[in-house]
Design a protein around this ligand. Structure first.
Ligand code: F6R
Length: 620
């Protein structure tokens, strides 16, 4: 996700911004930019008194275009952009300016009412220079200042109060030469002070080289940062007190936000991830979904008579979950295939097949090639990916972004949840467009979808208890993960997580399939992990659990609160909140992620960079 940094104080600002941005590179980005206040510019200079440079690509690209830096520039803002609205081009890179060119703004997040505001501004005669939602915010604040005068703080407050979406913004203006104004609705912001300087950033590492006295900006606050001084207000304009905390962590630890590893941090981010995946697509209380951002016409979706989902590893597992949802909600036949098999097996497809390529990175060679193969048969290809402008996204007819933010741990966690939710949203959208579901049923499902983040949080909060369980099993060598229905892909994903980070043998099976072979391997010492949450096949799964228990396996069951049968069948029980059956993988898998994480930690492996694995697999 985007990185933000701002500085006002006695020192030359540009090196401070570049250093701060480099500390945020771990968040992932595809373009960057800076704006400095030029103290020598005349009030009416054509560039509005601001010096701005932006570049697509890495920070090194930005550094190459840094020339004629205004002498004595002591205030500025910088940004690393992770594209959402509009590709990673120079025009879309931040900072963005208003019509006067005297206001510059950087932003992390998404404006939900983007299309509406864009229409209004164009109608009011504003010429937009980019495809971004961010530029719109710069215009709104700038126009408020021109129309009503007053302070920059007040203009930012009014606009932030009205605007819908997730926003952390930082604004500077040539008419307010020593202050930076920042505001937050959702995404994080931190500020820092020294005796004679003020700093702001999207994360603590951006500030740590200058100060360890950090103010975490609370949600729905506006702050004004001046040299040595910071003032905060709520969105009603009431001044509020800010209390600093002293950071004692190292820089590396700060990038992990206090967590031991990126994987643990990413597991904890999952409630927010799901909110971000849903933003702009469905609002609480609504019976309708909007997937306009996917850019595939409703007619094209009505024309589909079959769906094929392609992916590898974790992405294949989220595709398996989606198959259950698509068939159940739309009555379209749906197959799910490993990308590496699909392209070589002469699949049956034509122009009425909807092919969904699922890939976190969007760069997995197997999935890219499998989707190209489908394209040759005129199938419509939708990419479901986390990386804007990735190869898969560029080649596809339409793209549904998962908006999970960069994932650094090699083992996929938050991107699996984001894929499940994005794919199920797509399944519901297909049902809506094709009229296979009553609006009130869609409404109920959407309402449940909005409850997922809180329910996932309840599982994340059990991390400590799950750690104690995992530690008890750290010396076991054989784990079987079993489930039925969507519990089956959940079991496969649980087994994959455990094997890839802890190097113990862990296999996933459809619970009903055990007695057709794998049960021969069950003996005392084997651990069977059963996914037994609410489902119409729950009792059948529990019978399969009894079969392995009778042959000496130790059973760890993931079940819902109050499930007596599961409690009786379990040697160890982990309870998770109940949800609609087809959404359950997004909750149940979190318990399995935490179990795998803590078991690997107990075995002393490197969870963020497991042996033999790469985050992006660009070879066949
Ligand atoms: C497992 C994992 C891999 C990836 C697979 C596909 O934790 O990360 O199995 O899921 O390599 O990668 P993407 O989704 O980038 O296509």
């Amino acid at each position: 996700m985007c990185g933000i940094v701002g500085y006002t104080g006695p020192d030359e600002v540009l090196p401070i911004l570049i250093e701060g941005l480099s500390r945020l590179e771990y968040r992932g980005y595809d373009s960057s930019g800076v704006a400095l206040l030029d103290p020598d510019a005349s009030g009416d200079s054509s560039d509005g008194g601001l010096w701005i440079r932006r570049r697509p690509g890495k920070l090194s690209e930005l550094k190459r275009v840094i020339d004629d830096v205004p002498a004595h520039a002591r205030l500025g803002i910088g940004h690393t952009r992770w594209a959402t609205h509009g590709g990673p081009t120079e025009a879309n890179a931040h900072p963005h300016t208003d019509e006067t060119g005297r206001l510059a703004l950087v932003h992390n997040g998404i404006v939900e009412t983007f299309a509406e505001i864009r229409r209004e501004l164009i109608g009011a005669g504003v010429t937009l220079k980019s495809e971004t939602d961010t530029e719109l915010v710069a215009h709104l604040i700038g126009r408020h200042l021109v129309a009503h005068g007053g302070s920059l703080v007040e203009a930012v407050r009014i606009v932030m109060k009205d605007i819908e979406g997730a926003l952390a913004i930082v604004v500077m203006h040539a008419d307010f030469p020593d202050s930076i104004v920042a505001a937050r609705k959702g995404p994080p912001l931190v500020a820092g002070l020294t005796a004679d300087a003020g700093l702001v950033g999207s994360d603590i590492p951006a500030l740590l080289a200058h100060t360890r006295d950090i103010y975490v900006v609370e949600d729905e606050r506006v702050v004004e940062i001046r040299p040595g001084r910071i003032t905060a207000w709520d969105l009603e304009g009431n001044e509020v007190v800010l209390t600093p905390k002293t950071i004692t962590w190292s820089l590396e630890a700060a990038q992990k936000d206090g967590y031991e590893d990126f994987m643990l941090k990413e597991i904890h981010e999952q409630p927010a991830t799901i909110r971000d995946t849903l933003v702009g697509r469905t609002e609480p209380g609504s019976h309708r979904l909007h997937l306009d951002d996917m850019r595939l016409s409703e007619d094209a979706l009505r024309n589909v008579d079959r769906v094929s989902i392609l992916g590898c590893g974790t992405s294949f597992h989220s595709g398996m979950v989606a198959k259950y949802a698509i068939e159940h909600w739309t009555r379209l036949p749906c197959e799910v295939d490993l990308s590496s098999e699909y392209r070589y097996r002469d699949p049956v497809l034509d122009a009425r097949t909807l092919v969904i390529g699922v890939s976190q990175s969007g760069e997995t060679a197997d999935t890219i090639e499998a989707c190209k193969h489908a394209g040759h048969w005129d199938a419509k290809v939708v990419a479901v990916t986390n990386v804007v402008d990735s190869s898969l996204a560029r080649d596809a007819d339409a793209v549904l972004y998962t908006h999970a933010g960069p994932e650094i741990g090699v083992a996929a966690t938050k991107t699996f949840l984001a894929q499940v939710v994005a794919l199920e949203t797509l399944a519901l959208y297909l049902a809506q467009v094709r009229g296979t579901m009553k609006p009130e049923v869609t409404g109920e499902l959407l309402a449940e979808l909005h409850l997922l983040p809180d329910k996932i949080q309840q599982v994340v909060d059990q991390s400590d208890e799950i750690r104690k369980i995992a530690e008890r099993f750290a010396d076991r060598r054989d784990f079987f993960f079993i489930g039925r229905g969507v519990g089956y892909p959940t079991a496969l994903e649980g087994a994959l997580k455990l094997k890839e980070i802890s190097y113990v043998r862990a296999e996933g099976f459809a619970a009903g399939e055990l007695k057709h072979g794998p049960i021969a391997l069950i003996e005392p010492g084997v651990v069977a992990v059963g996914v037994c949450t609410k489902s119409f096949v729950r009792l059948k799964t529990l019978s399969n659990v009894q079969e392995v228990k009778a042959r000496g396996a130790t059973t760890i069951l993931i079940a819902n609160e109050g499930d007596r049968e599961a409690a009786e069948a379990a040697d160890v029980l982990i309870t998770v909140p109940t949800t609609e059956e087809l959404f359950a993988p997004a909750i149940d898998v979190v318990a399995l992620q935490l179990f795998s994480y803590w078991l690997a930690k107990a075995r002393g492996t490197d969870v963020d960079m497991p042996r033999n694995l790469a985050k992006t697999v660009t070879v066949e």
